[in-house]
Design a binder for this molecule. Sequence first.
Ligand code: SF4
Length: 62
Amino acid sequence: MPHGKPAGIPCVQLDDDYRCRLFGRPERPAFCASLRPSPEMCGRDRRQASDMLLSLERATAP
Ligand code: SF4
């Protein structure tokens, strides 16, 4: 996504199982590799992580 990933649009590298197709490969963007998960960001389960992601997307939407 050379022009950035708009809020609310899944990354084109995300597969059907919500896994990054570039994980572990040199093509993976540096900012993705530098992101470190934390309990504050991920919560206790997928639902809490999705809620936090939606909150961040709303907060950064144009
Ligand atoms: S880690 Fe980066 S490249 Fe991989 S799916 Fe997420 S946003 Fe896309």
